[in-house]
Design a protein around this ligand. Sequence first.
Ligand SMILES: [Cu+2]
Length: 185
Amino acid sequence: MQVTLGDGVFPLTALAEGKNSTALALIRTGGGDPPPADVRPAELNGALAHYAVLRSAESARLAPRTPDVTCRLRLTGGMARYDWGINGQDFDMSRPGALQFLMAQGQRVRVIFANTTTMYHPMHIHGHTFQLGPAGPRKDTVIVLPGQQLACDFDAGNPGQWMTHCHNLYHAPQGGMMAMLSYQT
Ligand SMILES: [Cu+2]
């Protein structure tokens, strides 16, 4: 999207989804007084585009297919003990095979993230992109809301051992909420 600015001082305001906190920057192309710090552009009051209303472009869409393998990843842990994990396990870098999910090249893989925690987790996958639903968006990071269960499909066409992990780095610093997806040869 391209925005053409006129002459003046313009607010660039970001609104955090799920809470009312904002961040503000100013773009100055000319003279004039800045807007007040609590300026809130009316555009921020529109409806959020949830995954359910997004559609992938047909050229990027996975062909309809029943999954060959399903990986169930419960997102676990909490703030009190700071014990973020998957299926109750803290990923151990020295024993990556202890928390891995197996697949084979050519399979349609379904990953089901079940968020049992009270926080949202942006779950990232390496080497692939998820599709949500039969015609939903393709994404390499999906936000899983507290208490939500989200099914994400991909085609196993990139052999290797790939991590899937929470993209909040403080939930998966060198372990924590991460798991390995491993192709079997
Ligand atoms: Cu997280």
